[in-house]
Design a protein around this ligand. Structure first.
Ligand code: SF4
Ligand code: SF4
Length: 320
């Protein structure tokens, strides 16, 4: 039993699914950046890319459900050749579905993507954008030289299209710590971000989500390299907060990989914790009946302490 499962059993907590509300699709590991904290190990040389056939199978499955929200992530999902096709097909479904793009901002300014922001606005796609700080130094340390300046220009572009202003075009930012510590209080940091981005760059946005870094992927390698992995795990374990369990994203989200395989969350996906049949063969989205998921036990590991520390952490920011 992993330490997280042990902690749950000690406190008589059972972590099980409720009705699925979000289909989170990781379209591949291709990205224009190589951030230090990346749990996906994404980068420009990765070859894992969702095919048209897999996109079609996912949409056909989704069409037979009433799951209201589709959350696209990667890598930089916008770099997957069928990214726009995916959104166009989702937007044709009845009942209507809400689409989220988890965007690293800089992709909006890359060569070949000059009409991307306009496309997203035209389809009323919500944007959740990584912005680990409002200061250039911290952002460039974590994400690479020039990323801060690019992110600011991209946010200004999004504002010019109505993002963060028009209620149909929500624009949320994501903060994650630049080192081995937990995020500060979300509401206070949101106030600071709003003030600083407005004052220096005239930028507006809706909400700030604070996310903890999970000790997996490139962030785990960084912690190992600096001899801080044990210390960080201790910090997470000591900050375990049972009140976060109810709001964990794995309870109402189905996470799908670039080949259509299914996981409890994007972190489990990066750790290869695919759902299995009793014969150990892997489960794909098209093998799953959405009504059969309620009460399904969630697969956990030590990394889950990253979601339950302090105020908790999920795709929608702090849980509490
Ligand atoms: S954190 Fe996001 S933007 Fe950075 S390398 Fe990973 S997927 Fe790309
Ligand atoms: S990593 Fe977080 S979201 Fe994923 S299964 Fe563990 S607790 Fe749930």
């Amino acid at each position: 039993m992993n330490r997280f499962a042990h902690k749950l059993s000690e406190q008589s907590i059972s972590l099980r699914r409720v009705r699925p509300e979000i289909l989170q699709v990781n379209m591949g590991k291709l990205c224009n950046l190589t951030c230090v904290h990346c749990h996906v190990n994404a980068g420009p040389k990765r070859k894992e890319i969702m095919t048209r056939d897999t996109v079609d199978r996912i949409i056909d499955w989704l069409a037979n459900t009433e799951i209201p929200t589709v959350d696209l992530t990667g890598g930089a999902p916008e770099m997957i050749p069928d990214f726009r096709y995916f959104i166009e097909r989702v937007k044709e479904l009845e009942p209507a579905r809400h689409v989220i793009d988890r965007c690293n901002l800089t992709i909006l300014l890359e060569d070949g993507y000059s009409d991307l922001a306009e496309f997203l606005a035209g389809k009323e796609v919500e944007i959740i954008a990584s912005m680990p700080c409002y200061s250039a130094e911290n952002v460039n340390t974590q994400r690479g030289d020039g990323v801060f300046e690019g992110s600011i220009a991209a946010l200004q572009l999004l504002n010019s299209l109505g993002y963060g202003i028009d209620p149909a075009l929500p624009l949320h930012l994501v903060y994650n710590p630049v080192g081995a510590f937990l995020p500060p209080q979300q509401a206070e940091l949101e106030t600071d971000y709003k003030r600083e981005l407005q004052k220096h760059f005239g930028i507006v946005f809706n909400r700030l989500y604070t996310l903890a870094n999970l000790p997996i992927g490139r962030f785990a390698a960084y912690l190992r390299h600096t001899n801080r992995l044990d210390e960080y795990m201790r910090l997470l374990i000591e900050a375990f907060n049972p009140a976060t369990i109810e709001g964990l994203m794995c309870r109402n989200t189905i996470s799908v990989g670039w080949r259509g395989e299914v996981y409890d969350c994007d972190f489990n996906q990066q750790l290869g914790m695919q759902w299995n049949n009793p014969d150990r063969s892997g489960i794909f989205l098209w093998d799953v009946h959405p009504d059969s998921l309620k009460d399904r036990e969630i697969m956990t590991g030590d990394h889950c302490f990253g979601c339950t520390a302090g105020a908790g952490s999920s795709c929608g920011g702090a849980i509490l």
